[in-house]
Design a protein. Structure first.
Ligand SMILES: [Zn+2]
Length: 184
């Protein structure tokens, strides 16, 4: 069957070359599609050279954003920021990872989140970087249980709202430490 299919496929290419569109409606044989899929999958998962580095500066900015926006559900001692290098995905700026429920049980530990900042993040303006940090923090749910909030909530509109709030609090000289002391 596959041989027959391959023959047809070759014929269709031949016909394409001859500009006779007799067999052009025939899709690629499964083997070709499988190889194509496999090479794409390998490209995607061949991040063997990926390097992760703890990013204390981004950790500090993340803590500042959490405190300023009073995202009290985010336990910053259980969130770590990393820079990564060598990813084959060029379009991803940052991503949020979590220690899921089963792994928490297996390791007898509570939830933990890691925010990964990829190479394109470095080229962004500070404003866009802050917006990205806010976006990733918004993926962490109120329960802080190891799950994620999805993009129906973490959407441009909501990120923009929080980012604007952050900017205005910062420009008005809002000092969360002072606020905390006052409320004690
Ligand atoms: Zn997202």
């Amino acid at each position: 069957m596959l041989k027959f299919y391959n023959k047809l496929y070759k014929l269709s290419i031949l016909n394409q070359n001859l500009k006779k569109n007799v067999f052009t409606a025939i899709p690629e044989p499964p083997r070709y599609r499988a190889l194509d899929f496999l090479s794409k999958w390998m490209q995607k998962h061949s991040d063997k050279k990926m390097k992760y580095e703890y990013a204390p500066d981004l950790q500090q900015r993340m803590i500042d954003i959490v405190n300023t926006l009073e995202m009290a559900h985010i336990k910053t001692d259980r969130v770590r920021c990393f820079r990564s290098r060598g990813s084959s995905t060029k379009r991803t700026i940052a991503r949020c990872h979590a220690l899921g429920k089963l792994m928490q049980h297996a390791m007898n530990t509570k939830a933990f989140y890691a925010i990964e900042f990829l190479e394109p993040f470095e080229k962004m303006s500070k404003k866009d970087q802050n917006r990205t940090i806010i976006h990733e923090l918004m993926h962490i749910p109120k329960t802080f249980g190891g799950g994620f909030r999805q993009h129906d909530f973490v959407c441009d509109k909501n990120v923009k709202l929080l980012h604007e709030k952050f900017e205005s609090l910062k420009s008005s000289g809002y000092n969360y430490q002072f606020q905390r002391e006052l409320s004690l």
